[in-house]
Design a protein around this ligand. Structure first.
Ligand SMILES: [Fe+2]
Length: 304
C-alpha cells in the first residue's frame, strides 16, 4: 500500500473560537480559513490543513485524514477494504472540494470506530510555507487511539491497511508507520475499556521547542500531564499537555526513521513503565488521554 502521510486530524471541540485561539497562540499552528459548517482550518505545513476544529458538544476525534501517494493507491486501498468486508464511501466531490481535497474515500476502523478519510491530494495553501512562531513545528506527527479490541485492531491496521509495525509494548501499545513514510509511527493503538482518542502529536525541530513550551504553558496555566520524558520505542523526547476541552496533545522532538526497504524488524518491549518513559517523568494518570470521544461515521449521511 503506498501511503504518503498522516494528513490531518479533525477534532470536535465545544468552543471553536476558544480552541482556535489556543491552537494558534499556544500550540503554534497557522490559521487557513473557515469552512461552511463553522469549522476552523489550521496548518503546520504547506497543506491547506493539518488540524480542523469542528463545533460539537462531544470533544474528541471527528476524523483522521490520510494522504495516499496517488489516485491508484487510493483505488488499491478501497479494493482491499471492500475485499475484507469494510464499507467504503466515496466522498461527494463537492464535499471533498469544500475541504480542499481531491478524490476522497471514507471508512470506519471497526475496532476503534474512528473514521478515516483517505485522499489522493490536498490543495496547498497558496504555495505559502508554514511560518513557525514560538515553536518550530515540523509536521503533524501521529495520532494514537485506544480500544478494548487491541489485538484485533492491530491485525486490521497491519493486515488490511498494511501499516508496518515499528515497535510494540507487550499487550498495551503498538506503533505503526504509513509505509513507505519513514517516521516510526503515524498511528498508535493502545488498550482501554472503551474506544477513545489518546492524543494528537506535533513533531518539533529542537529541544528548545520543548523547554520553551514548558515555560509558556506554566505561565498560561495550561496543564502539562506528562513529561518532559523520553519514549524508548521511537527515541522521542515528549511533552503532553491539554487543550481547552481537556484533549491530550503532544510535542515530540526526534524520531527514528525507517528505510522503505530493509527496515529493522519490530521490537516488543516489556509491559513496564520504563518502556513508555525511561526518564520516569511526571505523569497525571487521571487527566492524560481522558477526554476524546470518537465520532462514529454514519455512512448514510454526510459527516461534515
Ligand atoms: Fe505520541
Amino acid at each position: 500500500m503506498r501511503y504518503n502521510k498522516l494528513g490531518y486530524v479533525a477534532l470536535n471541540v465545544t468552543n471553536v473560537e476558544r480552541s482556535a485561539e489556543f491552537y494558534v497562540k499556544q500550540v503554534g499552528l497557522m490559521p487557513s480559513g473557515t469552512g461552511e459548517n463553522g469549522e476552523v482550518f489550521l496548518r503546520c505545513s504547506e497543506d491547506h490543513h493539518n488540524i480542523v476544529l469542528c463545533p460539537s458538544n462531544a470533544p474528541g476525534l471527528k476524523r483522521v485524514g490520510v494522504e495516499m501517494q496517488d489516485s491508484a493507491a487510493l483505488d488499491e486501498l478501497a479494493a482491499k477494504l471492500r475485499a475484507n468486508g469494510v464499507q467504503v464511501v466515496e466522498v461527494d466531490a463537492a464535499e471533498a472540494a469544500a475541504w480542499h481535497q481531491k478524490r476522497s474515500i471514507r471508512f470506519s476502523d471497526p475496532f476503534t470506530g474512528a473514521t478515516f478519510e483517505c485522499y489522493s491530494d490536498m490543495l496547498a495553501w497558496g504555495g505559502q510555507p508554514f511560518i513557525p512562531t514560538h515553536t518550530k513545528i515540523q509536521r503533524l506527527g501521529h495520532v494514537v487511539l485506544k480500544t478494548p479490541e487491541f489485538e484485533k485492531g492491530v491485525k486490521f491496521y497491519t493486515e488490511v491497511l498494511e501499516l508496518k509495525i515499528s515497535d510494540a509494548i507487550a499487550g498495551g501499545a503498538c506503533f505503526m508507520r504509513f509505509h513507505p513514510n519513514p517516521y516510526h509511527h503515524g498511528i498508535g493503538l493502545g488498550v482501554s475499556k472503551a474506544p477513545l482518542l489518546h492524543h494528537v502529536n506535533f513533531m518539533v525541530t529542537e529541544v528548545d521547542d520543548i523547554g520553551k513550551a514548558i515555560a509558556r504553558f506554566s505561565k498560561a496555566e495550561i496543564p502539562i500531564v506528562n513529561g518532559p520524558g523520553r519514549h524508548p520505542a521511537s527515541g522521542s523526547m515528549f511533552l503532553y499537555y491539554l487543550d481547552p476541552d481537556g484533549m491530550t496533545l503532544e510535542y515530540s522532538f526526534g524520531m527514528e526513521e525507517f528505510p522503505a526497504e530493509g527496515a529493522r524488524k519490530p521490537r516488543t518491549f516489556e509491559p513496564i513503565r520504563a518502556s513508555y518513559d525511561y526518564w520516569d517523568s511526571y505523569l497525571d494518570t487521571k487527566r492524560k488521554a481522558a477526554v476524546g470521544a470518537i465520532e462514529r461515521l454514519d455512512v448514510t449521511n454526510r459527516q461534515r
